[in-house]
Design a protein around this ligand. Structure first.
Ligand SMILES: *Cc1c(COP(=O)(O)O)cnc(C)c1O
Length: 457
């Protein structure tokens, strides 16, 4: 069957058309860091898929019914009912975004000297583990490091490495196992249900809580249906529920698969743990029936959760990501394979072999995409993950030099993605003309969000 996009635009936002001259000036003003660019100078914004999607007319209609009473508002109960359809836990606590959920839950589970084991900790997740004096240790599956391989579940955790840590001298200090679905820090690759089942059995056997970082629970469920034997006849809702049932709890940003600009939750079965989280949430986020969110947002989330698990929506998401990956390949740019759903990861190291990691090829490609086409995106390479010395020179590089083209939900159509392909093709025709970069201002933490850089001639 030919693919049919299951929606049309009902309200539109114009995007700016800028000149190359303007963009060169903007890049200078921004210290050549895409995070510093004003959005009204960006034509195609692929910086993040978080909170950047379009809402539906039904979400807008429900938002009108937002009940803003302080405690026990109707909107909370509708939100909780919709969430519980997917996340069948006893305690569901709203908070304003994913990192708040992480901060609150990890404060209750971890502490000085404890260890969090994960397929890959996302950046804010790692920060929230480390600020407690705990260690965030990644145990990704070895397939993750084969960028060109077509392994369907590169997001899995390495179960034998996990068992080794639990059985070794550090085993006593493990405070949680955190499975990120899909594996955002790991190229948006999915986690298989087979892997989750193994981890779940192991966690229960050892009495260690298994927590899902489930920002993309629906996208992971869809890729399971598409790729894992035995799941093709299940619905995304069934697969997502099964994943949550295998764990003891979850934190999730709903700025992704909640199809909303804000929101998140903590889900738990353990009453005592939920109680401790609730006290923290009341003190820092808001009362337990709104957690810092308006009634309108709670309504919008409830509807978003119903929409995100529909097969037509998820099939469209898969189609868009595959289309963008195809455009990149046709332009002569390699991507991390197989394409996931929330973004396409470009292999900048391979495209720009004249730039060593210390000249930040991923960052150079991200800047070139803005300069040549007004396209904003960010690198996932040595600027983000490398180690620097006091002079901001690279001492140990990241394993790969990638650029993430994140796809906002329901926003860009084929013509926009085709344009991205055209700009990529222009850059790929003459890759040696892309300059390398050095860091001019290097903040000690969360560097990639805050640094300034300059091109080398
Ligand atoms: C986005 C994200 C977070 C943080 O959520 P925010 O809502 O941005 O605070 C945590 N983990 C993963 C995997 C994410 O993708």
């Amino acid at each position: 069957m030919p693919h049919l996009r299951p929606y049309v635009s009902a309200v539109v936002r114009p995007i700016p058309i800028t000149t190359r001259e303007e963009r060169v000036e903007e890049l200078d003003r921004a210290g050549h860091n895409p995070f510093n660019l004003p959005a009204d100078k960006v034509s195609i914004d692929l910086l993040s898929d978080s909170g950047t999607g379009a809402v539906s007319v039904d979400q807008q209609a429900w938002a009108q019914r937002g009940d803003e009473r302080y405690a026990g508002a109707e909107s909370f109960f509708r939100y909780r009912e919709a969430l519980r359809e997917v996340v069948p836990y006893e305690h569901l606590l709203p908070v304003h975004q994913g990192r708040a959920a992480e901060r609150v839950l990890f404060s209750a589970l971890l502490g000085e000297g404890r260890i969090s084991l994960s397929n890959t900790h996302f950046d804010t997740t790692r920060a929230n583990v480390e600020r407690l004096g705990a260690e965030a240790r990644d145990l990704p599956s070895p397939e993750l490091f084969d960028l060109d391989g077509e392994h369907p579940f590169k997001g899995d955790i390495d179960v034998s490495a996990l068992r080794q840590v639990l059985d070794g001298p550090d085993g006593e200090r493990v405070g949680q196992i955190l499975m990120t679905i899909t594996n955002n820090g790991g190229g948006g690759q999915p986690v298989s249900m087979a892997n989750l089942k193994e981890v779940s059995a192991l966690a229960r056997e050892r009495g260690v809580p298994l927590i899902l970082d489930a920002a993309r629970f629906a996208e992971n469920a869809w890729l399971v249906i598409r790729r894992e034997p035995g799941y093709q006849d299940k619905t995304p809702l069934e697969v997502a529920r099964e994943a949550f049932e295998l764990a003891d709890g979850a934190v999730a940003s709903l700025k992704k698969d909640g199809l909303s600009p804000e929101g998140a939750f903590i889900g738990l079965n353990d009453a005592e743990l939920a109680d401790r989280c609730e006290v923290d949430i009341i003190a820092t986020e808001g009362f337990r029936t709104y957690g810092g969110l308006t009634g309108s947002t709670l309504e919008q989330l409830a509807q978003g959760l119903r929409e995100v698990v529909t097969p037509a929506y998820l099939a469209d998401r898969e189609h868009e990501a595959a289309y963008l990956a195809d455009r990149a390949h046709q332009a002569g740019v390699d991507t991390v394979r197989p394409a996931g759903l929330h973004g396409v990861y470009l292999n900048a190291g391979r495209l720009l072999p004249h730039l060593p990691p210390a000249r930040f090829p991923g960052h150079a490609l991200a800047c070139a995409l803005y300069r040549e086409g007004g396209i904003r995106c960010a690198e996932l390479g040595s600027l983000y993950l490398g180690t620097l010395d006091d002079n901001a020179e690279l001492t140990s590089p990241a394993p790969f030099e990638l650029v993430r083209l994140a796809l906002p939900r329901r926003v860009y159509d084929h013509s926009h993605l085709e344009y991205v392909g055209e700009i990529l093709a222009e850059i790929a025709k003459n890759p040696e003309s892309v300059p390398g970069y050095r860091i001019t201002e290097n903040p000690p933490i969360l560097r990639h969000f805050r640094c300034r850089t300059a091109p080398l001639s």
